[in-house]
Design a protein around this ligand. Sequence first.
Ligand SMILES: [Zn+2]
Length: 413
Amino acid sequence: MDLKKLRVNGKRLRNSLEEMAKIGATPGGGVQRLTLSAEDKKARGLFVNWLKEIDLACTVDEMGNIFGKRSGKNNHLPPVMSGSHIDSQPKGGRFDGILGVMGALEALRIIHDSGVETERPIITVDWTNEEGSRFAPAMVGSGVWAGKLERDWVYARTDIDGRTFGEELKTIGYMGKTSAESWPVHAYYEYHIEQGPILEKLGKTIGIPKGIVCLHWYDVYLEGTANQVGPTPMEGRNDALCAAADMILKVNALPTKMGGNMVATVGEIQNEPNSRNIIPDKVHFTVDIRSWDDDLALRAWDELKRDFLSIAKTRGCPIRIEETWRVGHAPFEEKLVRRIHDVAQELGYSNHVMVSGAGHDASYMSQVAPTAMIFVPSIGGRSHVEVENTRWEDCEAGANVLLHCILRSAMEE
Ligand SMILES: [Zn+2]
């Protein structure tokens, strides 16, 4: 058989995505499939059934990661892996994560239908809790598997109702017996929507990220002096919210000031007592800085910290800063990045080399295995919202690129 002629079944891929979108469907056209919820359980059940339909050997590990394995000629050789996540954001979209799981499944279905025998085994995977919105932090399934996070620490994480990750994993019946420990992997491909506007703007079908930007998180706590707003003159106030406002604008101006490829965002703020007639005396806000250049992000933070301290002083508001989380930028395996480019070219899909501004399970995977990602355009650049959308033709195109990348890696001796 001429392997080059193989193509995924776009209609079947679309059907699978539509079936999955029914589980946790929201009135606004999105999905809500929070990790370890009843919806997550139902979607996992469907996924496992589909794995069995094409005779994949299915295992669930102690983190609830689900693997479906197809044997190769040489099963002692490290396998090729591909997958993503089934869970979603609250009121999230129908493509984030699930496209990479259904895309890999479709690739395996076609390989199954055609009876191709590959040199290496191929494994598809659903990683538990990529989103981190019910249980923080994100990407814990792949994080524990890659040996970068502690299993018991993750088990003890609680949701807003105080339920632990470990209990909920047991409740939905997905605490498997196999230990969540990485094995040698020949290549890991993750297929995902772009979640940004670049591909659409350029009119390109396939995005080829050369890696994932660094991610630096900070928490800022400010104190002011609470007082009745009427009788207290403007002069001499210690208004913690005004100090925060000055700082937030500094964050927004930071990327332009520093130059280079960087974004900086304040996305969360708590103001106390949050009353219209009391001067705010306690404010907490978060800072998120991302860049392809780790040093630039660190230099930017130094500048920002200096500005914060001077604003706090001027406003008379004591400040406490926590440097919460730093993950360095994750470059992908050059050979695999080139392969995705070559395959896209050969299949006649326009493409663009870029960086990923969002974190993915591929971040942890890239620390233990040769890893790369395939992106397709997000309509309007929208993601993590109910209107998240990707054209069916693009879903099919990305899956074809994935199929041929998997085949090439799986045929390597
Ligand atoms: Zn995702």
